[in-house]
Design a protein around this ligand. Structure first.
Ligand code: TRP
Length: 333
């Protein structure tokens, strides 16, 4: 039995990139009976960048519904909100005392985000990877599916876990990060050299999983390609066309080679329409399930509560192991 752990920040929109590259893969991991899956909304991470309270609230409800709409099932997996499980904040503090300022200040994401939010370089922004280490280590995770940009945080999680284990013996399971193969690289529709990002200011660059069908079609029709006319999978020289082929392959559940073969005779405009239509079809059942769930807030909250209870139970055991090893006097009763 393998424990799989991952999380997503409930901020902005859930993009087609998140859907294909992350949560849809979570769903297939859940389908494997050898896996025990734990998925969180990383709402504590979200406040490293200032959030309007009503946005944080609405996005958290929306992302919880989105995860369930993808097919994540609260009966099979643990699905919860990070802020509901206090052990995350507590372990993050403990781990802080085993983490060096130097290593945090060298993290790529910290440097990028400090440049982007230079008016609010708060401690949380720097401490982000330690909280992420706490998330993962609390659940004795074996495998952590993430995107490329998060691999450095998994490395530091491993370093911290090994450091603690070297001092106190076997406290933490040392996790492995991995990048799911399917849909790993869904790129911006306007700049296919860079990743499709939920914070992209250009709305044409990004498909939201909740975009209306006509909006999806419009965005694909405007997708940036190249000045050639040949449809071929060649990420280096034809980033735009290759991105469309990768998306098509996932939407039509076939290999990229097969998608390339089927589309080789099409004009660029026809390829864009085909990709758009397939994505609309892929998202249709998801969209209607989302609409149903988001209308039932009481049900979502009940699921989140049960998820948090299951998560806390696991997290508390790990936290206690570490607290005792450090030498804190156990609270009686
Ligand atoms: N930092 C991750 C991201 O932005 C989200 C995240 C938070 C996460 N905690 C995690 C991912 C633990 C994997 C494991 O994508």
């Amino acid at each position: 039995m393998k424990t799989i752990y991952s999380a997503i920040q409930p901020s902005g929109i859930m993009t087609l990139g998140n859907y294909i590259g992350a949560v849809n893969n979570w769903q297939s991991m859940q389908a494997n009976a050898d896996n025990k899956c734990i998925f969180a909304l990383a709402d504590l991470h979200t406040i490293t960048v200032r959030q309007k309270p009503e946005d944080l609230f609405n996005n958290s409800m929306s992302f919880y519904a989105l995860l369930m709409a993808v097919g994540l099932d609260v009966k099979k997996s643990v699905i919860y909100m990070q802020s509901h499980v206090r052990q995350h904040s507590e372990l993050a503090w403990l781990l802080n005392c085993y983490t060096y300022v130097g290593e945090m200040s060298r993290m790529t994401q910290f440097k990028d985000k400090s440049a982007k939010h230079s008016d609010n370089i708060n401690m949380g922004l720097m401490d982000y990877p330690v909280l992420m280490a706490a998330d993962i280590l609390l659940y004795d995770a074996d495998l952590v599916p993430v995107g490329y940009d998060q691999l450095q945080h998994i490395e530091i999680t491993r370093d911290i876990a090994l450091r603690v284990n070297n001092i106190y013996g076997d406290i933490f399971k040392v996790p492995e990060g991995f990048i799911p193969k399917v849909g790993a690289k869904i790129m911006s529709l306007q700049d296919p050299e860079s990743k499709m990002s939920k914070s992209d200011p250009n709305p044409n660059a990004v498909i939201s999983c909740l975009d209306a069908p006509e909006v999806i079609m419009k965005k694909f029709k405007r997708a940036v390609t190249d000045s050639d006319t040949v449809i071929a999978y060649d990420p280096e020289n034809k980033a735009g066309i290759s991105n469309l082929l990768r998306i098509l392959a996932v939407a039509e559940n076939k290999s990229v080679e097969q998608a390339e073969k089927e589309c080789s005779g099409l004009r660029y405009g026809d390829l864009k329409v085909r990709v758009g239509e397939s994505v609309v079809e892929m998202l249709r059942p998801f969209r209607s399930e989302y609409d149903r769930l988001i209308a039932d807030k009481a049900y979502l909250l009940k699921c989140a509560k049960e998820g948090a209870e299951k998560a806390s139970e696991i997290a508390e055991k790990t936290l206690k192991r570490f607290r005792d090893a450090i030498g804190f006097v156990p609270r009686q009763g």
